[in-house]
Design a binder for this molecule. Structure first.
Ligand code: B4P
Length: 194
């Protein structure tokens, strides 16, 4: 089994690159943002609670997200591995993920951090806001999300660096070039299937 965390600020391309990685290496994609938006659109109790935070650009509470991830992993016992996209976003989430995987006799093998200048992040997200209809893709909420990232999520990179698992990748290039940079690191662990 091979488990990858795709890390980076809002709009750094985690979702975009994850889609190609899971196809190329036949891994399972777990994106907390997508899971939460699905709960919101189905108006579940979890979704109603999560929406309050997401609409303000705040992180959803750890216990909500960790519970969601745990049941998602359990749904796919035969997976070749997982790409965690947008998770973990706090040190508490990172420690919980390590415990969950240890319980399943596996671990996080590699963390790829997409590094993109802040002005590019804002431009990408404002642009996506025009077409996506996402309630968190407007200037005010984007600024809050980047602030929340710098405060609570950036320290997660330190956590993985201390464990010798972090690689920083320039993510300001066009999508195919960034993908090539990511695959150079993944190929050390796993060969492409597709
Ligand atoms: P997410 O859904 O994870 O979204 P994101 O960080 O905004 O986007 P991502 O980095 O995936 O960017 P994308 O590829 O889409 O989070 C949304 C919210 O959910 C959070 O604010 C939080 O409230 C909540 N949440 C999620 N996970 C949580 C957790 N673990 N704990 C607590 N709360 C959580 O790319 C963005 C845009 O850029 C797209 O339009 C794309 O086309 C474009 N783009 C991508 N790569 C590009 C490139 N190389 N060049 C030009 N444009 C590019």
């Amino acid at each position: 089994m091979f488990n990858l965390v795709l890390f980076g600020p809002p709009g750094s391309g985690k979702g975009t690159q994850s889609e190609q990685i899971v196809k190329t290496y036949q891994l399972q994609h777990i994106a907390t943002g997508d899971l939460l938006r699905d709960e919101v659109s189905r108006q579940t109790a979890l979704g109603v609670e999560a929406k309050k935070y997401m609409d303000q650009g705040m992180l959803v509470p750890d216990e909500v997200v960790i519970g969601m991830i745990s049941s998602k992993i359990d749904e796919m016992p035969d997976a070749r591995g997982f790409v965690f996209d947008g998770f973990p976003r706090t040190r508490t989430q990172a420690e919980a993920l390590d415990k969950l995987l240890e319980f399943k006799n596996t671990q996080i093998h590699l963390v790829l951090s997409l590094e993109v200048p802040e002005e590019d992040l804002i431009a990408r997200l404002v642009n996506r806001g025009i077409t996506s209809g996402r309630s968190d893709d407007n200037q005010e909420v984007i600024t809050a999300r980047i602030k929340e990232y710098n405060l609570k999520t950036e320290p997660v990179a330190r956590y993985y660096n201390e464990h010798g698992k972090l690689e920083r990748i320039a993510g300001h290039h066009p999508v195919p070039e960034t993908f090539k940079l990511l695959t150079k690191h993944i190929n050390k662990y796993l060969l492409p299937i597709a």
